[in-house]
Write a protein that binds this ligand. Structure first.
Ligand code: NAP
Length: 290
């Protein structure tokens, strides 16, 4: 059993940290910017809480993190009370934030300079994946460090693989988001078309989900989409953050992402419709607006 800190008890981090304690049996210390969430977590799971990332990281074997974006990540690592200010040899920082490959490489280098290790490890599987402990984790970093961290990550993962050099976990997550953007728009268009064509949507999905059109989005989202329910799931604001990371990386590596760029603009329209916190499947609402 290891000594583990978890920074960031949001929709994802809260249940992930819970699995480290309840399933992994680790000694867990949590930090959350809004302290009341850390208090609630300790009440529910029984670990300890710390007032700053730095205090949480002290003396741990692993420091896991899941905050919002690059700036948030920079703050909890390199900021005034950041974890990197106290971390030292033998410790491993595992970052589950969806962030840029650039910051992953920057933090890997900063960790190396401090004599400790860094793994970028963004996740896929959403809130349900975090709550059920069945996330997919895409890692970048050194193999020996990955092998050390994997048994700890396994407390909330169904699949956890090393994709390559530092930043590769974030690059893999970008591929994941590129896939989702195109798939959700395709599914939205199909459902929109089915309604216009007066097809029985239940029969349609029961049939085509057994063929080549099948997808996670189809299986898990068609019912709420058809019902016009979007107040749940993975927020459009988060998706735009992720797509902006993908498009920024593509500008650097020369990849052509025309559909991703277009869908990003569709999401900008969903935001203007008031859908900043709606699920990504709200692309259907954009097609159906009056
Ligand atoms: P969330 O519910 O908004 O939680 C964000 C967490 O980060 C909160 O604990 C927040 O603290 C903390 N935080 C943000 N900025 C901070 C800062 N500057 N300093 C300290 N703490 C800060 O977000 P989430 O849904 O858990 O997502 C977290 C990450 O996972 C994001 O990168 C997201 O893209 C990624 N992700 C999310 C999903 C999903 O379905 N939600 C799926 C895959 C990946 P407070 O409580 O004080 O606000």
């Amino acid at each position: 059993m290891a000594k583990v800190a978890f920074l960031g008890l949001g929709v994802m981090g809260y249940p992930m940290a819970g699995h480290l304690k309840a399933k992994g049996g680790h000694e867990v210390t949590v930090y959350n910017r809004t302290a009341s969430k850390a208090d609630a977590w300790v009440k529910q799971f029984g670990g300890k809480s710390a007032p700053t990332p730095k205090a949480a990281a002290q003396g741990q074997d692993f420091v896991m993190c899941c905050v919002g974006n690059d700036d948030d990540l920079r703050q909890v690592t390199l900021g005034k009370d950041g974890a990197f200010g106290i971390m030292t040899e033998g410790q491993v920082f595992v970052d589950h934030t969806t962030a840029s490959a650039e910051i992953a490489r920057e933090l890997y280098d900063a960790a190396k300079k401090g004599g400790f290790d860094f793994v970028d490890a963004p996740v896929s599987g959403g809130q349900a994946g975090a709550e059920n402990g069945v996330l997919t984790v895409m890692c970048g970093g050194d193999e020996a460090v990955f092998n050390k961290a994997k048994p700890v990550i396994d407390a909330y993962a169904r699949a956890c693989n090393l994709m390559g050099a530092p930043g590769s976990g974030q690059l893999a997550k970008m591929c994941n988001q590129i896939c989702i953007a195109g798939v959700v728009q395709g599914l939205s268009e199909a459902l929109h078309f089915a309604k216009k064509a007066n097809l029985d949507v239940e029969k349609l999905i029961a049939t085509i989900s057994k063929g080549a059109a099948q997808s996670w989005q189809m299986e898990n989202r068609y019912k709420t989409m058809v019902a016009g329910k979007f107040d749940h799931g993975f927020a459009v604001d988060w998706m735009r953050k992720d797509l902006s990371i993908c498009l920024g990386e593509a500008r650097k590596n020369g990849a052509s992402l025309p559909v991703t760029a277009l869908v990003d603009q569709f999401y900008a329209e969903v935001q203007k419709m008031g859908g900043k916190r709606w699920d990504t499947s709200a692309l259907l609402a954009r097609l159906e607006r009056q």
